[in-house]
Design a protein around this ligand. Structure first.
Ligand SMILES: [Zn+2]
Length: 86
């Protein structure tokens, strides 16, 4: 069970949260310079690294805030120093 550090409520169990998925790369401002394969990857392939991953979480059963949490996918350790409001 993860203890997710909500910036408003403090550490709370993960069942109070809804996972919003990984934080995606910035959308290219000039799509004309992006190949079709790169565009398809951007739209459909989520990041799934072995290691640190930035994820969006919603404190649905708490204060209702969205936040970004950095989680190590190998250990599920959370890195509170890199966590921010989302
Ligand atoms: Zn909260």
């Amino acid at each position: 069970m993860l203890l997710i550090p909500c910036p408003n409520c403090g550490p709370r169990i993960e069942t109070e949260f809804v996972l919003g998925g990984p934080v995606r790369a910035q959308r290219p401002e000039d799509a004309s310079g992006v190949s079709a394969d790169e565009w398809i990857d951007y739209l459909t392939v989520p990041d799934n690294p072995l290691g640190l991953l930035r994820e969006k979480w919603w404190h649905a059963k708490g204060c209702g805030a969205w936040m970004v949490v950095v989680r190590d996918t190998r250990t599920h350790d959370l890195n509170p120093s890199e966590n921010t409001h989302g």
